[in-house]
Write a protein that binds this ligand. Structure first.
Ligand code: T1G
Length: 700
């Protein structure tokens, strides 16, 4: 099969072009050149219409993201030039869309004269999701086709729509419900010819575009809400500037404005950060020692332990069509769990978030039992019981005797040693961690933890399941806290030390929110409960895992000793008299008393210092995990932090930041912080080695 090109043939006076660049027909340099050549051939041929298809599963996913930042071969046409050549053809050009048409693909379709789409086709201009704007006429042609009001949502918010909605808006001329879509598209082209319909260049159309004053008023009105939704991102606002250029009535000038803004953004930090995450999320799915054949599908699953996490995990499995058996040995807890799960679904129905039919379908897939023997036919069991090693090893020992050979036994533990758990079974190759983040039905990250014996097949099966249940899977190694929590632990300890040295909770959280986190770690702690981390610190100290000579966050213990655990007790780092966090004088007094107890003279601490210490704690620990192989790739760590902790996507992630700063400067900063604040900032060996080798990035 041809790749990276366009298949071109003429049948019954119709020129049929087919974008062919698996897996998603990205409009790379070769495809653009082939389209230009096809346009030239058509101009010289006796054809009555053109139909443009995509090969395989979709029309096209748009420009080839992997080409960004790489100079194309001399003479390669840009996508705007390619689309102009298609639009300038003197016969009707029909874009026949199926699967999806995103970004430059939709811009190509909008540059055609007519559009037919198979029912259900997804359409969108998601460029702002990778830090840029549509750069091939989308901001200029789309408003001419569907009006500014509808265009701004697609362009500045990246909202994706389906063919039916596209038809309502005037973006799609025909929606085809037939199975033989290609025949329908050809027939549609022939119908146009029979009707005497000629070319209909979108760039010349103004029938749906509001007047300049109306359009500009629309853009001004929506700017505030776009800015709020964009948070720290620039692209959505620059998209409005490009759209504004469509109101001037001069298409060429508008295209020049769009191109200038696109190029300005494309090579900027925001776009590079978001492209990094796009690629990293997909790279993280690759498991080097996975078998070549795809993993067997999981049809039946068990969840052992039916508390909040167990219920959430059962729901995400059922939502993906998996038959779930929930096991809770205590009948009362089982009933309570089932009742709680049903109530949660009913709340969603009442809020219109799901239909009663969907709720019933999910409930029909979940049954509860107090007997583990109900798991004999499960393909996968996820244990979400008490975070206690004896409890877990007992469960895994039982599961090993009950479950069929080859069944995967996974634990949702957030910190316990996977190898110890696996050793309780005769199938350590089928044992792994499936670390969901609370609430399991909301948070997208799934850390797939490999013990020393976990097989590639087991990891691959869990990775496939992650994608199926709408999670983002990242394989991590078996070390305390795995990757995410291990790094989070370092970040929160820096926050505690900053409190002891002079900051107040709102200072720390405000600094990190200004950086782009949805919430600071202290406010997050109040939500999850400060006693959770307290128990972990106590266990670590009991196990001798805390360096007695290193600084210790006394303040975090003191607040727990008061029973101030956060929202659930009405007070933690903040008080919650009316349910909202508020600064609390007694907490400030406790923090100041701890400073006095430690003999620390409190000082004013800048937001910059707060950010530097918290972020470099993350960078340093991430580099340690990379250097010890607990994290496989830098991008894996950034994906963990994007989906597990809300690291602002326009900043890429802790590892992307480290590469942007450069190893030499990262090392120098760590050495300065180590001198001032101790061993938490002792440079990770990987950073020291890369800096010494004159490398600027963590890995080649
Ligand atoms: N370019 C290059 N490769 C792409 C790609 C793209 N646009 N989209 C996907 N891939 C690869 C992806 O890396 C993976 O590769 C494989 O295809 C399957 O993807 C001028 C400049 C289309 C919804 O932002 O949203 O047009 O890992 O695993 O879950 O204005 O991919 O197998 O080697 O994600 O079914 C605008 C981005 C580009 C769409 C399919 N387009 N892609 O999801 O599969 S900028 C986008 C997606 C642009 C113009 C501008 C999703 C998808 P590998 P996948 P999926």
């Amino acid at each position: 099969m041809m790749r990276d090109s366009v298949i071109f043939k003429i049948e019954n006076d119709i020129a049929v072009l087919r974008l062919c660049n698996p897996p998603v027909n990205a409009l790379g340099a070769s495809v653009r050149k082939a389209l230009i050549e096809a346009a030239k051939a058509i101009s010289g041929a006796d054809v009555k219409a053109v139909v443009l298809f995509g090969y395989g599963r979709c029309f096209s996913a748009g420009a080839d993201i992997s080409e960004f930042g790489i100079e194309p071969p001399a003479g390669t046409p840009t996508l705007p030039e390619t689309i102009a050549a298609i639009e300038d053809l003197k016969v009707p050009v029909v874009a026949a869309l199926h699967g999806f048409a995103f970004g430059g693909a939709l811009e190509l379709a909008v540059g055609a004269h007519y559009r037919i789409a198979a029912a259900g086709t997804k359409l969108g201009l998601p460029e702002v999701d990778i830090g840029i704007i549509p750069g091939a006429g989308g901001t200029q042609r789309l408003p001419r086709l569907i009006g500014m009001k509808a265009a701004v949502d697609m362009v500045a918010n990246g909202t994706r729509i389906d063919a039916a909605r596209g038809h309502d808006l005037g973006l799609i001329d025909e929606v085809s419900e037939t199975d033989s879509f290609e025949a329908a598209a050809i027939a549609y082209a022939m119908h146009l010819v029979a009707e005497g319909a000629g070319p209909r260049p979108t760039s010349k159309r103004e029938d749906r575009l509001e007047s300049a004053s109306e359009a500009m008023a629309l853009l001004d009105e929506i700017r505030t809400s776009i800015a709020k939704k964009a948070k720290g991102r620039v692209a959505p606002l620059r998209a409005l500037d490009a759209l504004a250029a469509a109101t001037g009535g001069d298409f060429a000038a508008g295209m020049a404005t769009e191109r200038a803004i696109f190029l300005e953004l494309r090579d900027g930090t925001e776009a590079r950060a978001m492209r990094h995450l796009f690629k990293a999320e997909r790279a993280a799915q690759k498991i080097d020692d996975a078998p070549t054949e795809p993993p067997a599908e999981i049809h039946k699953a068990g969840v052992v332990g039916f508390g909040t996490m167990g219920q959430g995990i059962a729901l995400v499995l059922a939502r993906a069509g998996v038959q779930v058996t929930a096991v809770e040995i205590d009948p009362a807890r089982l009933e309570a769990g089932l009742a709680s799960l049903k109530k949660g679904l009913q709340d969603r129905v009442d809020r219109g978030r799901m239909s009663p039919q969907q709720m019933q379908a999910e409930l029909d897939l979940i049954n509860g039992t107090t007997a583990m023997s109900g798991l004999a036919e499960a393909d996968l069991v996820i244990e979400a019981a008490l975070e206690n090693m004896d409890v877990k090893t007992d469960i895994f020992r039982s599961l090993d005797g009950i479950c069929k050979p080859g069944a995967i036994l996974a634990t949702n533990t957030s910190s316990l040693d996977l190898d110890t758990i696996a050793a309780a079974t005769t199938r350590p190759d089928n044992v792994a961690g499936a670390h969901f983040f609370a609430p399991a039905q909301v948070m997208k990250l799934l850390e797939i933890v490999r013990g020393s014996a976990t097989s590639g097949a087991t990891a691959a099966a869990l990775m496939a399941l992650a994608k199926r249940i709408g999670k983002v899977g990242v394989v991590v190694g078996n070390a305390f806290g795995f990757v995410g929590n291990r790094m989070y632990h370092r970040y929160t300890w820096q926050a505690y030390f900053l409190l002891q040295e002079g900051a107040l909770p709102s200072d720390v959280d405000a600094a990190m929110q200004d950086f782009g986190f949805p919430l600071g770690c202290l406010a997050v702690g109040d939500i999850s409960g400060l006693d959770v981390a307290w128990q972990v610190r106590k266990a670590q100290r009991a196990a001798g895992d805390v360096d007695p000579d290193a600084p210790y966050p006394v303040v975090a213990d003191r607040i727990c000793e008061k029973g101030w655990f956060g929202r659930k007790t009405g007070r933690g780092w903040y008080s919650y008299a009316d349910g909202k966090p508020a600064a609390d004088a007694e907490v400030a007094a406790l923090i100041e008393a701890v400073s006095a107890e430690l003999g620390i003279e409190r000082r004013a601490i800048s937001a910059d210092e707060i950010r530097e210490r918290c972020l470099f704690a993350l960078i340093n620990e991430g580099a340690r995990l990379l250097g010890t192989g607990i994290a496989v790739r830098p991008g894996d760590i950034d994906v963990v932090w994007r989906y597990g902790y809300g690291f602002p996507l326009w900043r890429g992630g802790p590892m992307f930041m480290a590469d942007e700063i450069g190893m030499q400067d990262v090392l120098a900063t760590l050495q300065r912080l180590e001198a001032a604040y101790g061993p938490a900032f002792t440079p990770a060996p990987l950073i020291a080695a890369r800096a010494a080798a004159g490398k600027t990035t963590l890995v080649d």
